[in-house]
Write a protein that binds this ligand. Structure first.
Ligand SMILES: [Zn+2]
Length: 152
């Protein structure tokens, strides 16, 4: 008789965002190997790398309790909803990359980083790169801030 391993779900924990609950599917070794893991903070500022990370992450999300953030004045339609997605502050975000992109760049990177660290578990290099007190993320923020529209 054969054996099929049970599907594992993964509860990602977030040090910086207590209360945020995201459950994702586990990854196979093949998928891990295919994943474009940024080799440096420099590589992370490449929006293609960032998009790739976000898409990989979103594809694995099963559920989350993420709600739409406060809609900034310059992003607000007449009825108070977000011009990008039509949702309002506090609405539960659908688990799509487009909706995830209504979050701030800093938040998206922080969440995706914590997820990558969680699933990779023992990837010391990745921890060194991404988990170093957020130092590299801060650096990336500065670099992105100088770009005009990093995610569009
Ligand atoms: Zn929105």
């Amino acid at each position: 008789m054969g054996f099929t391993e049970p599907t594992e779900f993964f509860q990602v924990t977030f040090v910086d965002y207590p209360g945020l609950e995201i459950t994702t599917r586990d990854m196979s070794i093949k998928e891990m190997n295919e994943m474009m893991i940024p080799s440096s903070a420099e590589a992370l500022k490449n929006t293609k790398v960032l998009d790739e990370m976000i898409n990989r992450f979103i594809a694995k999300v099963v559920t989350w309790n993420l709600q739409h953030r406060k809609v900034d004045e310059d992003r607000r339609a007449e009825d108070g909803s977000c011009v990008a997605c039509g949702l309002s502050e506090g609405d539960l975000l659908p688990t799509t990359a487009e909706n995830f992109k209504c979050c701030s760049v800093k938040f998206m990177i922080g969440v995706t980083r914590d997820w990558m660290i969680s699933i990779s578990g023992v990837s010391a290099d990745l921890k060194k790169l991404l988990g170093n007190g957020g130092e590299n993320v801060e650096l990336l923020m500065k670099q992105l801030a100088t770009a005009q529209s990093p995610l569009s």
